[in-house]
Design a binder for this molecule. Structure first.
Ligand SMILES: Cc1ncc(COP(=O)(O)O)c(C=O)c1O
Length: 401
């Protein structure tokens, strides 16, 4: 192995993080360290101000008009669980898609298993894009919620939200969008897309610290919301009644202030310079161009673009920097291990916590060769790193062919 490690698993969590965000978080830890909503002393007030600043910056980043529609969470998973438990009631029907992550699938299946709700899953195409016609065929009078991911964490295909918003409106259902993979890589506007609930991680494309995420909800959702967790919020302690105002009702317990500081600064950084949102495009284009014809590797979900020779640049508006490969003469796990052990290149192999999507994109879900080899560059990935990855993967696939 030569040179520094190359991190290409930004879809799991980004690295390196947004530098000013890390610096602000470290400064907060070293020089403030207080928690929010608890004390009126000086450092407590500073913590409160950081929380408000984060709500404001995140609300602006997603096009919301009210900072108090943002509740802080500890991950995308936390935000999704809070949203699903928050709105679903016994008897509700939910439409989700086969592209969803386990953080959507498992809470839904748990609620279904306990007899509270019914769930149907819309099909996805070979690119991993959920099919609106399939979802429309599942809709009924009981449909209360439609859950769709803004992008597949397996293929990187972005979902056009407009037909989903139209379907939700036609069947008077609410629209929940999982933006965990897109935030920071593609713009999203909750008002333009009529999104009722948006869940996101703060530690992926946004560039915040791990242990961060948030939930956005419209006012209509906020007034009738069942909390996932109850406890201290620093508010109305004269009463032990569980009812608390939004967003505090989602935020019981001490918040991750260093993480929240990092989300505030990361969001402000993107708001100041929106071109940063797309600065993964060159490295990603290089990756796709270099590997689309590599013998022994089949790039998943790009057939149309490759056939029409339209990799660039418009197709990147419908992509995030995630490329998945089916591995022909070996297994994704073996390739990932060789890349790590002999080349210092860190990529992920397997099902990527999204087990339902794989049959639709031509892959298996069991056995050592199941799933994909997923390569996800980030905002900071360099051309040199992609060249080193390309060299390594060519060497390995040639050796095992
Ligand atoms: C599409 C999608 N949704 C939700 C999540 C969960 O986010 P977190 O890792 O912050 O819990 C992930 C994580 O990989 C994801 O890819």
């Amino acid at each position: 192995m030569s040179g520094a490690r190359i991190y290409l698993d930004n879809a799991a969590t980004s690295w390196p993080k947004c530098k000013p965000a890390v610096e602000a978080a470290v400064d907060f830890i070293n020089n403030c360290g207080a928690t929010s909503g608890r004390g009126t002393y000086t450092s407590g007030q500073l913590a409160d101000r950081w929380l408000s600043r984060a709500r404001l910056a995140l609300s602006q980043l997603i096009g919301a008009d009210n900072a108090n529609c943002i509740a802080m969470c500890s991950s995308g998973t936390h935000a999704l669980n809070a949203a699903l438990r928050g709105v679903l009631k016994a008897g509700d029907h939910v439409i989700a898609t086969r592209a969803e992550h386990n953080s959507v699938l498992r809470p839904l299946e748990w609620l279904k298993h306990h007899g509270d709700i019914t769930v149907d899953y819309a099909e996805v195409d070979g690119c991993g894009r959920p099919q609106i016609a399939s979802a429309a065929g599942l809709a009924s009078d009981a449909t209360r919620l439609i859950c769709v991911g803004h992008a597949s964490n397996v293929t990187g295909a972005v979902t056009d939200l407009q037909p989903w918003q139209e379907l939700a409106s036609q069947c008077s259902a609410k629209l929940l969008v999982d933006a965990s993979q897109t935030l920071g890589y593609q713009s999203i506007n909750v008002k333009d897309s009529s999104i009722d609930l948006l869940c996101a991680a703060g530690h992926k494309g946004l560039g915040g610290l791990q242990g961060t995420g948030f939930l956005y909800a419209t006012e209509e959702i906020r007034i009738d919301f069942t909390p996932l967790m109850l406890g201290g919020t620093g508010l109305r302690s004269e009463s032990i009644a569980p009812v608390q105002p939004w967003p505090n009702v989602v935020e019981a317990g001490n918040l991750n202030l260093p993480g929240i500081v990092s989300m505030a600064v990361a969001a402000e950084t993107l708001l100041r310079d929106q071109t940063r949102i797309g600065c993964w495009r060159d490295a990603f284009t290089q990756l796709v161009s270099n590997t689309q014809n590599t013998p022994g590797l089949n790039l998943v979900g790009w057939a149309d673009e490759i056939a029409s020779d339209h990799l660039l640049p418009e197709s990147l508006d419908q992509r995030i920097p995630v490329a998945s490969y089916h591995v022909v003469h070996s297994s994704p796990h073996d390739l990932a291990a060789i890349l790590n052990d002999f080349h210092g290149i860190e990529v992920r192999a397997g099902l990527h916590c999204a087990g339902l999507i794989h049959p639709s994109i031509g892959g298996g879900t069991s056995g050592t060769d199941s799933g994909t080899l997923r390569v996800s560059p980030g905002h900071h990935t360099t051309s040199d790193e992609i060249d080193r990855f390309t060299l390594a993967i060519n060497e390995i696939t040639t050796a095992i062919a």
